[in-house]
Write a protein that binds this ligand. Structure first.
Ligand code: F6P
Length: 525
């Protein structure tokens, strides 16, 4: 199938109009004045989507700019590109693959896509998805019912770690059958050794999570875990090891017979909805995991069908382009006001920066504009006592995303109002600022933020919120004309590390640059 092309954003008429708009009113736009003068601003810049409400009104954007950004989306062919994804076209051109993670959360009966869809192949894929899902959820329930298994150790990295780890933490309140779930990702042996010191072979289930079953870190940890298991007298590998992978043959060759598969049309950073989500299913049970998928599916349908002007992932993606390419903001802060979402910034880092951290377009042409911002953050209120100083008074303007959850899952009194008050107050302070002649106590204000509200943190709302981000990254990537679904930038370091590992053993520094050679010698022995 041909790779569908979007028109790159800088080659549209709207791009020039946006540049003019920025020069005329965008650069000097003041959200405070806009909120004072425009009674309809909050309503116009409020957007509900499944399980998620977003207030965009504190952002540096007005109605004419948003209208131009929507024209940009139309001229780029955003809707066509989105539909190409939803019909299974090979939009991951450099790897000649379809991008169909949304299929993992589609109910068995429904049928997404336009008339152009090849129904048989999609129906076949969906059938495979549900056969695997059912088997995986049966297995999750079996593990949950097995009182002898007290510890689950997930060994995986990147997309085979960050998503499941983030979601298991986030949904801790729904983990009705308590198991300790450990995540080992780093090749740094301290991590695995620390976990192994706490578990016993007869009570432990190791999940080896790797799309390729070839990633150095994961294979090194898996090999050490297997050796430890045997050395500790462990028996019955089939019961104590399971592999989550597209490469079932490699898992079998490694000696693991219990496997749950997925497919090459699921990118690693989009794989928590597949067998890679098994730790989540073990934590929250089959029903909880189905709820997680259902929430994401509801967001898929919103993205697929809502008009662009009322489509939350589209509006966020357009704002991202406005901030990155016109305001020139280079970073974005994620501030979840919920301690269980503490791994969310790390998860979003991979999602957005591995997807859109590209300097060439899908055709390999150098881009004349910036792409992915740096994403970073920590939960509030902790962040207020760490990095918020810079957000309020630093030299750079950094858009902030507040994620507030209305209902708490605990019964402690007084905490939730304080937490929510702080989230609101920080967004307010960033926007309003405070005039002070003294200099040090002056807050410039007009610092933009988006405020998300979830009614409560459930499998459904978490699924929807993550899918919202996935689609928003799709939107900015599509407008920039890049392939958001490959990650060639991770390859060079992997190749060099192999070479250097050999040299660390032998001390051979021939042909190395002087700095690396000197450091290698310092680290040897
Ligand atoms: O190194 C980057 C990467 O390829 C990610 O995209 C991926 O999520 C991670 O490595 C792990 O890969 P795998 O699941 O194949 O072990």
């Amino acid at each position: 199938m041909p790779t569908p092309m979007t028109v790159r954003c800088d080659r549209t008429p709207a791009w020039g109009q946006l540049q003019a708009q920025f020069a005329a009113t965008g650069a000097s736009f003041d959200a405070r004045t806009a909120l004072d003068e425009d009674a309809s601003r909050v309503e116009r810049l409020s957007q509900s989507a499944p399980h998620v409400f977003a207030d965009l009104s504190k952002n540096l954007i007005d109605a004419p700019t948003e209208a131009l950004l929507l024209q940009l989306a139309v001229q780029c062919g955003l809707a066509e590109h989105r539909d190409a994804m939803f019909t299974g076209e090979h939009i991951n051109g450099t790897e000649d693959r379809a991008v169909m993670h949304y299929l993992l959360r589609q109910p068995p009966s429904s049928h997404t896509g336009s008339a152009a869809l090849a129904p048989d192949s999609v129906a076949e894929k969906l059938h495979d998805v549900h056969t695997t899902l059912d088997a995986m959820l049966r297995y999750a329930e079996q593990v949950r019912a097995d009182a002898a298994i007290t510890d689950i150790v997930n060994i995986g990295i990147g997309g085979s770690d960050l998503g499941p780890q983030m979601a298991v933490l986030a949904l801790d309140a729904f983990a009705d059958v308590k198991r300790r779930i450990h995540f080992v990702s780093n090749v740094d042996g301290h991590e695995l050794a620390g976990v192994l010191a706490k578990v016993r072979p007869e009570n432990t289930l190791f999940l080896i999570a790797s799309k390729t079953f070839a990633t150095t870190e994961t294979m090194t940890n898996a090999t050490s875990a297997k050796a430890w298991f045997a050395a500790q007298g462990g028996t019955d590998i089939a019961r104590h090891f399971a592999a989550l992978t597209t490469n079932v043959a490699a898992a079998n060759a490694f000696g693991i017979s219990t496997t749950f598969g997925f497919w090459d049309w699921v990118g690693g950073r989009y794989s928590m909805w597949s067998a890679i989500g098994l730790p989540i299913a073990i934590a929250v049970g089959a029903e909880g995991f189905r709820g997680f998928l259902a929430g994401a599916h509801a967001m898929d349908e919103h993205f697929r069908t809502a008009p662009l002007a009322q489509n939350l992932p589209v509006r966020l993606g357009l704002l991202d382009v406005w901030y990155r390419n016109f305001h020139g903001f280079t970073s974005r802060c994620i501030a979840p006001y919920h301690s269980a979402l503490r791994r969310m910034p790390a998860y979003f880092q991979q999602l957005e920066m591995e997807s859109n951290g590209k300097r060439v377009d899908a055709q390999g042409q150098l881009l004349p504009f910036g792409t992915s911002p740096v994403l970073w953050g920590e939960p509030g209120t902790n962040g207020q006592h760490a990095y918020f100083q810079m957000l309020h008074q630093g030299t750079d303007v950094i858009p902030v995303e507040f994620i507030a959850v209305k209902k708490a899952m605990h019964a402690l009194s007084g905490h939730q109002p304080k937490l929510l008050a702080n989230a609101l107050a920080q967004a307010q302070a960033l926007m309003l600022g405070k005039a002070d002649t003294g200099g040090h106590k002056n807050f410039p204000g007009n610092r933009p933020s988006t405020f998300f509200v979830l009614e409560s943190l459930t499998p459904e709302s978490l699924g929807a919120f993550i899918a919202l981000y996935e689609h928003r990254v799709f939107v900015s990537g599509a407008l920039w004309g890049i392939n958001s679904f490959d990650q060639w930038g991770v390859e060079l370091g992997k190749v060099l590390a192999k070479d250097i590992e050999g040299r660390l053993a032998t001390g051979d520094v021939a042909g190395l640059d002087a700095s690396t050679a000197a450091l290698l010698q310092r680290l040897r022995g």
